[in-house]
Design a protein around this ligand. Structure first.
Ligand code: NAD
Ligand code: WQD
Length: 337
């Protein structure tokens, strides 16, 4: 069984490659390295002791992407490739729409041409917009609050339309909540360029001394301690969810949608104190105004994934913080070390 992983050099992609190889899938990776390093793939090979082809191609390059499908026969595709920074997407929306939408359109056209009908797509809890109640189930109404989120929702709709037009497709849409953590080997992890946007990588850089303190965006939300609450999911559990999705849904035609989270919500201050405990480092912080566009709380009802994929998260907050710190402290400059 062979799977093409687009965006496989990235944070979630590299962890998923490890889980696929450990489960004896053959893989190939296509990535333009716009937000990643080829060294992540060397580390994947080191961790698993297995080899695979890497295509340093852009999905926007139709001819080259087409060539990959001519030279190897795939049973399915896991599609991670895309730009993902919410704030940047507000600044440069056209680049986001072009990269994420046109890249996906090229991929889907080429898949259909080569009779590859199985796809797992990386969607996001961002498609639930401002949810009215919690926990969030897959049936909640969908809306978006920024261009990045809009690309995710548009791609979900494109995939649904594609299935209507050609019911040989098997589409699995995984809506991730907040991925954090790193592989327990400490060899791969999140490697943000510049100052991190997301909470966990920001905390990691405060702990290592690269950033002076964390800005906590708001402490007056209607939550347990006033700070924002999210459903953090260990990236290894997330990688395993993709293997389960391939195992259970490959070849089952239709559109299958799953929330991928733990179902538990933790506040910013709970994350800070769990990280301090696991790392032994003090995380200095100051309370700042709310970040525009943030919601108070967000967590999943992940029971559908448990029922239908036989998947549930196994790693708790301690492991998320421990593995994040293990990666960060062993690789203070990410893959540049
Ligand atoms: P990432 O940036 O680490 O990985 C994405 C990869 O795609 C990168 O390696 C990048 O170089 C590659 N890429 C981007 N555009 C490309 C193109 N046109 N052609 C080829 N390669 C291209 O991000 P990640 O955190 O691993 O996220 C993976 C996927 O999951 C993304 O689609 C993201 O939107 C989605 N997602 C991420 C999160 C999160 O918080 N990390 C949450 C929900 C959904
Ligand atoms: C988490 C909490 C912040 C940084 C984003 C995307 C979402 C998905 C996952 C891709 C919030 C607070 C954060 C900081 C803070 N990505 N915070 N200080 O916003 O839930 O989700 O990543 O699909 O689409 O929007 O994640 O890690 O940025 O924030 O206080 O420096 O931490 O306010 O409550 P978010 P996050």
């Amino acid at each position: 069984m062979k799977v093409l992983v687009t965006g496989g050099a990235g944070y979630i992609g590299s962890h998923t490659c490890v889980e696929l190889l450990n489960a004896d899938y053959e893989i190939a990776v296509l990535d333009n390295l716009s937000n990643s390093s080829e060294k992540a793939l060397d580390r994947v090979k080191e961790i698993t002791g297995k080899n695979f082809n890497f295509y340093n191609y852009d999905l926007l390059d139709y001819e080259k992407t087409d060539k990959v499908f001519s030279s190897e026969k795939f049973d399915g595709v896991i599609h991670f490739a895309g730009l993902k920074a919410v704030g940047e997407s507000v600044q440069i929306p056209l680049r986001y729409y072009h990269n994420n939408i046109t890249g996906t359109l090229n991929l889907l056209d080429i898949m259909e041409k080569h009779h590859v009908y199985n796809i797992v797509f990386s969607s996001s809890a961002t498609v639930y917009g401002m949810p009215e109640k919690l926990p969030i189930t897959e049936e909640f109404p969908l809306s978006t609050t920024n261009p990045y989120g809009s690309t995710k929702l548009m791609i979900e709709n494109i995939l649904k339309d594609l299935y209507v037009s050609n019911n040989r497709f098997s589409v699995t849409i995984l809506r991730y909540f907040n991925p954090v953590g790193a592989h327990e080997s400490g060899k791969i992890g999140e490697n943000p360029k510049g100052i991190p946007n997301n909470l966990m990588p920001y905390i990691q850089q405060v702990a290592i001394g690269k950033l002076p303190q964390l800005s906590v965006f708001g402490n007056q939300y209607p939550t347990k301690d006033g700070t924002g609450v999210r459903d953090y999911i260990h990236v290894v559990d997330l990688g395993i969810a993709h293997v389960k999705a391939i195992e259970k849904k490959l070849g089952e035609t239709g559109v299958h949608i799953y929330n991928i989270g733990t179902g538990k919500g933790y506040s910013v201050l709970e994350i800070v104190s769990a990280f301090e405990k696991e790392s032994g480092k003090e995380i200095k912080y100051k309370i700042c105004p709310n970040r525009a566009g943030d919601i108070a709380a967000c967590y999943a009802d992940a029971s559908k994934a448990k029922r239908e994929l036989g998947w549930e998260a196994e790693r708790g907050l301690d492991a998320m913080c421990r593995d994040s710190w293990n990666w960060q402290s062993g690789n203070p400059n990410g893959y540049d070390d």
